[in-house]
Design a protein around this ligand. Structure first.
Ligand SMILES: C[S@@+](CC[C@H](N)C(=O)[O-])C[C@H]1O[C@@H](n2cnc3c(N)ncnc32)[C@H](O)[C@@H]1O
Length: 245
């Protein structure tokens, strides 16, 4: 039985890695990226902290009775993308676990995604890029509402969670403040990003230019060193030539 579950986990991992995985959440509920595995809690792709789930193609995923993943409607600033809405009234204090792959922290930085990763308790990170639940589709409030109705919270049991801070009506979108660091890194507008830095195109060009400037400076320094070395060997040669006469 355990060996069978292990083989199923490996088959699932291989299907996810090859992008051949098709999620049944999409068939059942209408909106969920088809190549993502729906999981209700954290999983660990390396098998270090938590086991991978059974293949959800064999066992259909059970969505949250509290929230739903839905397309952003026409006229929404993020139309064409997904969002997370309430299925029922949610009161402050309600917490939705942020499910995904669990990474130990900064040392695993190169493994997890920039857009779907969320800081978790104990310095860990939960990434919803390949394995996630509805929480991965909670958008950043700015440009959508005046203030967030939820916040990202550390949570011992689920490692990370979306926690409701003001009452949410059925059908209403859950929104958090992604924070300055996330927004700057992913070019998402944030009210605390200074006006000059909100031109992300200009910022990207500036970053590229300063990179090119740094490599030109390095090249110039190398050329100077080579020139100095050539000068001193010429001086050496001159001294030796004079000494030999
Ligand atoms: C965790 S995902 C949220 C779900 C996303 N809407 C989707 O369909 O997958 C985060 C990404 O959504 C987009 N996003 C979320 N909130 C936004 C906002 N207020 N303004 C602009 N982009 C936003 C950004 O591309 C961001 O990197």
């Amino acid at each position: 039985m355990a060996a069978h579950a292990c083989a199923a986990s490996r088959a699932l991992q291989a299907a996810v890695a090859s992008r051949s995985f098709r999620c049944r959440y999409h068939e059942a509920f209408g909106a969920f990226p088809q190549d993502r595995v729906f999981v209700p809690g954290v999983v660990d792709a390396k098998g270090l902290l938590a086991p991978l789930p059974a293949d959800p193609r064999a066992q259909a995923p059970v969505p949250s009775p509290h929230v739903l993943v839905a397309p952003c409607p026409a006229g929404h600033p993020l139309a064409g993308q997904l969002r997370c809405t309430a299925r029922r009234a949610l009161a402050p204090g309600f917490s939705l676990p942020y499910a995904g792959e669990l990474y130990r922290g900064r040392s695993d930085h190169h493994y997890y995604s920039s857009t779907y990763s969320c800081s978790a308790s104990g310095g860990m990170v939960v990434d919803g890029l390949r394995y996630c639940n509805e929480a991965a589709f909670v958008n950043h409030y700015y440009g959508i509402a005046d203030s967030p109705n939820c916040r990202l919270a550390e949570c011992e049991q689920a490692k990370a969670a979306v926690s409701v801070v003001s009452p949410i009506a059925p059908g209403e979108e859950l929104l958090v403040d992604y924070g300055l660091e996330y927004c700057t890194r992913n070019q998402v507008p944030h009210p605390d990003v200074p006006a000059w830095a909100r031109d992300f195109g200009a910022l990207a060009r500036l970053t590229e230019l300063s990179g090119r400037l740094a490599s030109l400076e390095a090249e110039l320094a190398g050329a100077r060193r080579r020139q100095q070395a050539a000068c001193s060997s010429r001086e050496d040669l001159g001294l030796r030539w004079r000494a030999s006469r």
